[in-house]
Design a protein around this ligand. Structure first.
Ligand code: AMP
Ligand code: MN
Ligand code: MN
Ligand code: MN
Length: 280
């Protein structure tokens, strides 16, 4: 069974609409797909409706990727099997959206001070109603020929300690876990191998995540080196967490694909061990 528990649609910073994600998942023979947009569950219904109406046998898990702040790091917490209609949860997400808007404006004010005016409106247009993210600002900068590639926007302006970086005021990790649990879901530490931190800090992060009630952590990613996988598994076992895996797919490319190379070793207990995958 092909399971991918982390991907993005145009409801946040992905390139494919929820419908296109379902079509691609079908092409890639994915059986279970969690749609985990940044701080929103807006894409789930459209994906499910399309799969149902087209008779596509894809189990779509209602997911989210919450942004949190921890010791100056942006830490992402994925929620799986959340109730996407839970009023309290949706109300809470409005706060994250307001923070996203505020941060985007502040980033663009800093860019204006660097001589690049008017980026906010271009980014808003590119976001087209989605949760605004730094990815949209990066694309706006490419469109305005300030950068040649979105990656360059991060390395020169938007990344940590760069010219237009703004420290975000996201919720704390404990809050994200609580929100996810209150909405009936499981909390997964996203891509622990991608934070720019030492192994000592990584161990501290995972330990705090587990102590705060976190359920699982992603332990594999396509292109991850074997020694990194080994380290993540060791930290997972040390903290008695379940294992999860997702592509973090944003757009089709040579390097990223839905459901590709996400196998979890048999020695690990997967986050879906208690799910009834036939009926989820
Ligand atoms: P935000 O949630 O607005 O802070 O944006 C974070 C998103 O920007 C991540 O989910 C990635 O998709 C993207 N991103 C973050 N850092 C980089 C980077 N260094 N290069 C390219 N994309 C990045
Ligand atoms: Mn993203
Ligand atoms: Mn992330
Ligand atoms: Mn992601």
């Amino acid at each position: 069974m092909k399971i991918d528990l982390h991907c993005h649609s145009t409801c946040s910073d992905g390139a494919l609409t929820p419908v296109e994600l379902v079509q691609r998942a079908q092409q890639m023979q994915v059986d279970v797909l969690a749609i985990t947009d940044h701080d929103t569950v807006a894409g789930i219904s459209a994906a499910r409706d399309y799969a149902k109406n087209s008779n596509i046998k894809l189990n779509i898990i209602a997911g989210i990727e919450l942004s949190t702040s921890w010791h100056g790091f942006d830490i992402h917490v994925v929620g799986l099997r959340v109730d996407k209609d839970d009023c309290v949860f949706l109300k809470r997400l409005e706060g994250q959206l307001a923070e996203r808007d505020k941060r985007a404006e502040r980033i663009c004010e800093k860019l204006a001070k660097c001589g690049h005016e008017g980026i906010y409106n271009v980014a808003l247009e590119i976001a087209d109603g989605a949760q605004i993210s730094r990815n949209h600002i990066a694309r706006a900068m490419v469109q305005r020929s300030i950068c040649t590639h979105p990656q360059q926007a991060f390395t020169k302006y938007l990344g940590k300690n760069k010219k237009a970086h703004v420290t975000p005021n996201w919720i704390r990790i404990e809050e994200a876990i609580q929100w996810i649990h209150d909405a009936g879901g499981q909390a997964v530490l996203a891509h622990p191998g991608h934070y720019d931190m030492t192994t000592k800090w990584l161990r501290k992060l995972v330990a705090e995540f587990a102590q705060s009630g976190g359920d699982a952590m992603e332990i594999t990613h396509p292109n991850m080196a074997a020694d990194k996988k080994k380290l993540l598994q060791e930290i997972m076992f040390d903290n008695a967490l379940l294992a999860s895996a997702g592509s973090d797919f944003h757009f089709p490319s040579r390097f990223t694909e839905l459901g590709r190379r996400l196998d979890i070793p048999l020695s690990c207990k997967p986050v879906w061990h208690s799910w009834n995958l036939a009926t989820t």
